[in-house]
Design a binder for this molecule. Structure first.
Ligand code: HEC
Ligand code: HEC
Length: 261
């Protein structure tokens, strides 16, 4: 299914064929759109692993997101790994579920997947300007990356009947006293707008799906502990609403629920 031609040719170079042949530009552009979504996604996977998208062949998308689209759990400035918590660093997000998101980048700086991926190729990877076809294929691929099936929590965020008791108690804290659901809203666990929660600026409310495997946490990866991240968040909420702080047992339960998402 994957055509070797597309692996080595990043499709970024304007194809002289279209210019010299007496074919209209419209027709030349229409051709890729005729690829089925599955063929486009297969081409996208090849490009996802293609180091030619970066200057000097230093990295492919899969260097940081693995070919499954999941995070490599590292924090970067450009293509350089930096210490977790570096204020300029940005922790690699998982691309699972990216089709459900409405803003991209930790600061929510990109409004579309196209803007997001183009920006990464040109600014982070210092690669050549990607063609529309390259972007379309990469988008088609990342849109196929879904969250894994979840046996503890249903699609609407409520615990399943056979979920652990801690997860069930944690859900109650999540939607009630912890106040988490006001920002990480069910059923997507995110929110369209950005918030300043005291981490150094306004950041988007990230989805909490699969968060147990995306450490370190927050935009700069300031903590590797999910329990610590949950604690920080409850403290932020309690301060804002002058509400109570959690007990140690409650933190365990809430972490169990969030870790099961
Ligand atoms: C050097 C590591 C690295 C490489 C290479 C890389 N990314 Fe990323 N990616 C990141 C980081 C870090 C972020 C968060 C950036 C930010 O917030 O500004 C990110 C964010 C994203 C996002 C936004 C996700 C969201 O929910 O906000 C998408 C989509 C994405 N990358 C796709 C890609 C694709 C496609 C490629 C290849 C063309 C790629 N990335 C290459 C590290 C990388
Ligand atoms: C006022 C809105 C708001 C509330 C309330 C809130 N959060 Fe957050 N949360 C955010 C924002 C914004 C970020 C991202 C901040 C950053 O990246 O610096 C975040 C990040 C997180 C992260 C890190 C995610 C990651 O991928 O790194 C976790 C975990 C988290 N929140 C859990 C919770 C829990 C649990 C609660 C309830 C106790 C909660 N949040 C309440 C806005 C909120």
């Amino acid at each position: 299914m994957a055509q070797p031609l597309t692996v080595t040719q990043p499709l970024t170079v304007a194809q002289p064929v279209a210019v010299t042949q007496p074919v209209t530009v419209g027709a030349a552009l229409a051709a890729p759109a005729q690829l089925s979504e599955a063929d486009l996604a297969a081409k996208g996977l090849d490009l996802f692993n293609d180091v030619n998208l970066s200057a000097g062949g230093k990295a492919s998308c899969a260097t940081c997101h693995f070919s499954t689209g999941h995070t490599n759990n590292k924090t970067y400035v450009g293509l350089d790994v930096v210490a977790d918590g570096d204020p300029n660093g940005r922790n690699t997000p998982t691309l699972w579920g990216v089709a459900e998101r409405s803003v991209f980048g930790w600061a929510g700086q990109a409004a579309t997947l196209e803007d997001s991926i183009r920006g990464i190729i040109v600014n982070r990877m210092k690669g050549p300007e990607p063609s529309k076809e390259t972007l379309a294929a990469l988008i088609a691929y990342v849109r196929t990356l879904n969250y894994p099936a979840n046996w503890q929590v249903k699609e609407d965020g409520t615990p399943r009947a056979d979920a652990s008791a801690a997860v069930k108690r944690g859900y109650d804290l999540y939607v009630n006293d912890g106040g988490c659901g006001t920002c990480h809203q069910l059923p997507t666990f995110d929110k369209k707008s950005k918030d300043d929660i005291g981490t150094g600026g306004k950041f988007k409310v990230p989805s909490l799906h699969a968060v147990s495997s995306t450490a370190p946490y927050f935009h700069d990866g300031r903590t590797g502990s999910l329990r610590e991240a949950v604690k920080i968040m409850w403290e932020v909420y309690a301060k804002k609403l002058e509400s109570r702080l959690p007990t140690e047992d409650e933190l365990d339960d809430l972490t169990a629920y969030v870790g099961a998402l």
